[in-house]
Design a protein around this ligand. Structure first.
Ligand code: ZN
Length: 131
């Protein structure tokens, strides 16, 4: 079941997006098993390649505070687009390393929601196990 409290918190984080170039705001939030939340929003830059996605910012914030994959209960990623916001390829590569394969990932826009996992989003992934 999709955690509506986590999704709503991600929508609140969306308000903090810095997206003057795309005007495509994204919010994200990591929830840990001990009840902590780590917030993220997309942050763009005039040098577009330096922009960073909301879900990476949220997961990096969690890791920066000592959280590790086994501590993470779920991740929510939300947008205001016509379709739900699936993570970009770069984020999928980050998430496959920093989340457990079966950690719930909630994707939502204002009208629809779905639940997935990084294993479903990035099958046959390249990970540290391949090195
Ligand atoms: Zn991304």
């Amino acid at each position: 079941m999709i955690d509506q409290k986590l999704v709503e918190r991600a929508f609140k984080n969306l308000e903090n997006a810095y997206a003057p170039y795309s005007n495509y705001r994204v919010g994200a939030c990591v929830e840990t098993f001990n009840g902590d939340y780590y917030d993220g929003a997309n942050i763009e830059n005039a040098s577009y390649g330096l922009s960073n996605c909301a879900e990476r910012n949220a997961v990096f914030a969690a890791y920066s505070n000592g959280v590790r994959k086994d501590d993470i209960k779920a991740l929510a990623i939300v947008c205001e687009g016509k379709t739900i916001a699936a993570p970009c390829g770069a984020c999928r590569q980050v998430l496959v390393e920093l989340l457990n394969k079966d950690t719930p990932i909630y994707l939502a826009n204002r009208t629809s929601q779905t639940e997935t996992t990084i294993e479903e989003l990035l099958p046959m992934s390249f990970t540290q196990e391949d090195l």
